[in-house]
Design a protein around this ligand. Structure first.
Ligand code: NAD
Length: 517
């Protein structure tokens, strides 16, 4: 059984060095602007529900601008959502994999047609620059297309060995109703990927998006409904993480939790989901993809120009607000000062500003993030040598200068804690072995990289660098769906490898039926 569509090919990116594409982006911003300030309801089954209390979403580049409001779900709404979702599951689980996959492909087609509109809304809501928003929308399309195709692998009987006198049939069936709790920093791609995968596998999903990206999440939910998703398969339930999110995690009927976000919240979910509730009839599945403290190693054989470019792009793209962002630069001492000089020069050339003006370093998402980054800027000044940046400005939006602290102790706070902003700790290593040792000393293990021309060092890193996604001689951000399956080790998560060939197995269970004739 297979769906008759073209093989998966990742979506291509828009070339913003062409003035006509820049003009199209600006036109999209103007086209979307009149939609700012709208309110988006909860979607539970076929009911669109407004609540008295709302969650407001503000433009981080100009916090006086309201991007929109979402309704705010209560505990009673969560109960209602579970009931409606279980009713929908009774029929959704019987749809063929192909029929479910077609809805994802249709959603991808709609999104491709409305690409710049979605991009523009991300610029308003989370401050993305043109290229960052475009790459993200492409990734969202890729997740839909890729999971639609990879579901075909589980559509019929799975491979088992033959056995005389018996038929043995192994098949994959959905789990039930789960909750998807997503972060704000990839408000479209990660959000859609995290719900599309369990849905195509035949589950019903309650989505609890981030409070900072409710508008784009509402757009994403409506996209799937427009593509033909039946009522109740997807429940759109914006609300507070610590209220409705926590309640759903602990609920006896929640079969699985698909979470991407911070380590602190992820660990809490891990613990809460492990406690069996009264009436609970299964062990909850938890997919937890968490933070990082990602390191790039540069050795004495490296092309230092390439290294400085990779460091600058990896550290400061989207103001360092990526789980994969390079926040530690570990350099062997013989090229340390030389590389530092190049890295600082490239960083100083970056323009801090509004995503709508296509600045290089765009705003931090909210007040909490601004305060957190500001506090680390002060901590860094006591821990290392400030090379550039070190200041932040919240007069209109939440902006922090790209900041480099050199001569950092690997155990210092700035060099070991996830800051989630444009702050880099540069660490000197005696040699390559020492650099690897420092890189691996982190509790996290998400992305990492090596810039080197030594085959021996690259092969050593291939085997010994303990991260889920390792990059050589390039930046360490920007994983492509289906090409670089993504997920971290250790405290970076369960290594579920989003955009990988086995990701759907997180949301399926296998059944073996044996008949002796
Ligand atoms: P966060 O942990 O603050 O929030 C994530 C989600 O969890 C939100 O929807 C929030 O409402 C919800 N939440 C908060 N408290 C909760 C609770 N007690 N119970 C249930 N849900 C709760 O993270 P964030 O600020 O939105 O995102 C940034 C973090 O996400 C960073 O640590 C980043 O590294 C990580 N991240 C990881 C990946 C990855 O693939 N590993 C990708 C993107 C972001």
């Amino acid at each position: 059984m297979t769906i008759k569509v073209t093989p998966y090919i990742p979506e291509s990116y828009i070339d913003f060095s062409k003035s006509e594409n820049v003009a199209l982006y600006k036109a999209a911003l103007e086209q979307v602007r009149p939609q700012l300030g709208k309110t988006y309801p909860l979607i539970i089954g076929s009911s669109h529900i407004m609540t008295e209390e709302k969650i407001d979403s503000l433009n981080p580049a100009d916090f006086k601008e309201v991007v929109g409001y979402t309704a705010k779900a209560s505990i009673a709404h969560a109960d209602q959502a579970l009931e409606v979702a279980y009713t929908a599951f009774q029929s959704w689980k019987n749809w063929t994999m192909e029929a479910r996959a077609r809805i994802l492909i249709k959603a991808a087609a709609i999104l491709r047609r409305r690409k710049l509109e979605f991009c523009a809304m991300m610029t308003f809501e989370v401050g993305k620059s043109y290229a960052e928003a475009d790459v993200e929308t492409a990734e969202a399309i890729d997740f839909l297309e890729y999971y639609a195709r990879s579901s075909m692998k589980y559509a019929g009987a799975l491979e088992t060995s033959a056995y005389e006198g018996e038929e043995n049939r192994l098949s994959a069936i959905p789990l039930g109703v789960g909750v998807s709790i997503s972060p704000w920093n990839f408000p479209l791609a990660i959000y859609l990927g995290m719900l599309a995968a369990p849905i195509v596998a035949g589950n019903c999903v309650i989505v609890k998006p981030s409070e900072d990206s409710g508008v784009i999440a509402a757009w994403g939910a409506n996209l799937l409904l427009e593509a033909g998703l039946p009522a109740g398969v997807l429940t759109f339930l914006p609300g507070l993480g610590e209220e409705v999110g926590d309640y759903l995690v602990k609920h006896a009927k929640t079969r699985f939790i698909n979470f991407t976000g911070s380590r602190a919240v992820g660990l809490m979910i891990h613990e809460n989901a492990a406690k069996i509730q009264t009436g609970q009839r299964f062990l909850k599945r938890c997919v937890l993809e968490l933070g990082g403290k990602d390191a790039l190693i540069v050795d004495e054989t490296a092309d230092l120009e390439l290294a400085a470019t990779a460091a600058t792009q990896g550290a400061f793209g989207f103001a360092g607000q990526k789980c994969s962002a390079m926040s530690r630069l570990i350099v062997v001492e013989s090229v340390y000062e030389q590389l530092l000089e190049k890295f600082v020069a490239k960083t100083k050339a970056l323009v801090v500003g509004n995503g709508a003006d296509n600045a290089n370093v765009t705003p931090l998402v909210n007040r909490e993030s601004f305060d957190k980054v500001s506090s680390y800027l002060e901590i860094g000044k006591t821990e290392g040598r400030l090379m550039t940046g070190g200041t932040a400005d919240d007069s209109r939006g939440y902006f922090a200068q790209p900041t480099i602290f050199a001569d950092m102790n690997p155990n210092s706070r700035v060099a070991s804690e996830e800051i989630f902003g444009p702050v880099v700790a540069v660490i000197k290593a005696r040699d390559f072995s020492h650099a690897l040792e420092i890189a691996n000393a982190s509790e996290y293990g998400l992305t990492g990289g090596v810039i080197s021309n030594s085959r021996e060092n690259l092969e050593r890193a291939r085997a010994e660098f303990e991260v889920g996604n390792l990059y050589f001689n390039r930046k360490i951000t920007g994983a492509i769906v289906g090409v670089q399956p993504f997920g971290g080790y250790n405290m970076s998560g369960t290594d579920s490898k989003a955009g990988g060939p086995d990701y759907l197995m997180n949301f399926l269970q296998l059944k073996t039926v044996t008949e002796r004739f």
